[in-house]
Every structure is written in C-alpha cells, then in structure tokens.
Design a protein around this ligand. Sequence first.
Ligand code: TRH
Length: 384
Amino acid sequence: MSYADNRPSWDIFCRVIDNFGDVGVCWRLARQLAAEHGLAVRLWVDDLAAFRRLCPAIDAGRAVQSWQGVNIRLWPEPFPEVEPAGVVIEAFACELPERYVRAMAARVARPRWINLEYLSAEAWVGECHGLASPSPRWPLTKHFFFPGFAEETGGLLLERDLLARRRAFRADSAAQAAFWQTLGLLPPEEDEIRLSLFCYPASPTAELFTCWGDGAQSLTCLVPEGVAGAAIADFFGVEAVAAGAALRRGNLLVRIVPFLDQEAYDRLLWSCDGNVVRGEDSFVRGLWAARPMLWQPYPQAEIAHLHKLEAFLDRYCVGLDAPAAAALAAMWRAWSHGEGVALAWPAFRAHWTTIEKHAETWAGDHAAQGDLASKLVLFCSDRL
Ligand code: TRH
C-alpha cells in the first residue's frame, strides 16, 4: 500500500537554508494538512538534523519515517524516481529536483504546483497572492501562494483548536505549574515578570539585559538553549551557557531552558507575561499567544526586513490607542535597529495592559479570517 492509501496526496519540499523557520513552517503546515484535512502528506527535508531540533522524535539517520500523520523523507541527492503527488508545495522557492518536475509533467492529471512564499505584511503581497507563472520549459503552471495578514492573502498558519487550547491552558493553574516543572521552574512569584527570549545572535541583548537588571521589578528571562548563546555568555562574563544555567544581574535573572519542541514552545509563549520572538513562525505563534511581544524580522540585505517591520506595525497598531501604539512602535524599532532599547522600554512597559488587551482582540479578529492551510486546500481544489 502506498503512503497515500486512498487519500489525496500532497508533497511538500523544504530546504533548510539557515535557522529554523523554513522547516518550522513546513512541519507545522504538513501536520495540519494531515490532521485537519485528511491529506496524505509527504514532507521532503534536506536536513533532518536541523528538523530534529524542533521535533526530537525525528531520527536523523532514517531516510523514511512517519510521525504525527506525516510521511517524512530525507530529500536525497540525486533525487530518486518517485510518483509525484497531486499537489506539490515548493516551500520558499527551494527549487524542485529536475527529475521530479519531469515526472510531474509526464502525469496525465498534472499536479498543482504551489510556491509557498515568506510572510510579509506589505501591501504588494495581496496583489501577488495567487498569481500564475507558466513554466517556460514544462507543460506546468506554478502558482504563488503568499501568507499574509489581509483577507486577500493566504492567511496565517493556525490550527483549528489552537486558541481554545491556549485559553484552557491559561485557565488551568495546575497545567501551568506542571509545565514550569518540566523546565525545572516554579510558577512565577507575585511581583515577578517572566518573559521568553528568542532572538538573533546580533540582537541588542546586552542593552536590554542592562535595562532589565537596573529595573525596579524582578524579571526572569527564559532563553532556549542555543539562542544568542555567545552574546549572553559575554554579557555575564562566562565562557558558555547551557540549559540549566541561571545568571543574575541586578533584578534580572536569565534562565537557559532546553530548546523545546514546537508544542512545548507554544506553552512557553502562553505561560510567559510577554515574549520576544523573531523571523516568521515564532512571530505568528507569539501573535496567537496574545501577550505583549517584541518582534525582530529576519535580517535581510538592503534593510528589506525593516520595511517588513513598518508594514506590520501599520497593520498591528490599528485600533490601539495612540500613546500605546507609539510606545510599541518605538520599542520594536529600537530592538530591530539595535539602538535605543533602554530608552524605549519604560514606555512600552507602562502601556503593557493596553497592549495585552489589544493583542487578545487582534488574535481573535485574525483567527476569524481563515487559516493558511484551509485557504491553501481551497486554492488547490478550486484549480483541480
Ligand atoms: O529561525 P528563524 O529566524 O527563521 C527564519 C525565518 O523564518 C525567515 O523568514 C527565514 O528566511 C529564515 O529563517 C531562513 O525564526 P522562526 O521563523 O521563528 O522559526 C523558528 C522555529 O523554531 C519556529 O517553528 C518555532 C521553533 N522553535 C521551537 O520549536 N522551539 C524553541 O525552543 C524555539 C526557540 C523555537
């Protein structure tokens, strides 16, 4: 019996360029397509060791394995002869193997070929979403599918029950205490603020830590192992940091926790009072966590990421009162530009409650717009 049985078959191709975003998005999408849409999903990944970081159940030495309803394959070089699926997702323009494209072209019922793009809040995304690009070489047409924040885009990844699970978890102090225990932590003290930190190696952590350490309130910052490790070690004057480390400066306590699987990372975001997130997938998860957050887009050439930041701020601040919006924008800009962080923090903190209410409303409104996996399934079935 083939991996697809009688279900519609989908192939997702993912190359790990650097970091975790590419495989993070593909893995989340693959699971959702299998679990919520009854599809037979094969996920081809060229770097199983990187994948394993977000999903420790993966055996990096096995070329074929199944987990959580997804058939996972190592993307080998040279690529073998395989029967292409009915829908083929080329994630982030990763370029499909030529042998596979030839097999797609040879199929009587030509597969749907989708290029899944990176997320951006910029206005052009809505105009480019869904555009067709006929191949100059093959009798095949590729369509561009853009995730995004507006109705006319491909939407955001969101599992059907995510917000309900988040609410239930937040209402359950025993579940929260059990989660903290898995990280070797007690629940937060009355007057403690607890934040998670996921940032880039060059993010201005030293300035942020100095400002938190000098602050009046006790602040615990939870950092998954491997995140900004050199900068943190440098700041505290130690050689290296590893999971379990506890480092103090004034009112700041930095705790290094293990790098979590995606489900546990969600629980971390839900459990903290606020979160520092980055890139694409943790950013979206931070939005669904609906706590005040600080986002840094993936640094790109020619400051393209700063345009992404401004475009998102324009959308996100709609409906937020002007002083809180100004404080939030100043803080996010300082964090991404790498200057003025300590100056921006007090106002950001002062508007915390307003920002938190806004985050909850924003999540509810955007969840109602339809999620990426459902939009993608509809987009492909419309074209079958
Ligand atoms: O790792 P990133 O910086 O990924 C980036 C961006 O996606 C960017 O768009 C892309 O061009 C570049 O990679 C190549 O950040 P991102 O997108 O948040 O992905 C991180 C993934 O790691 C996400 O799926 C959440 C997951 N994660 C865990 O599962 N456990 C953890 O402990 C942490 C910190 C993250």
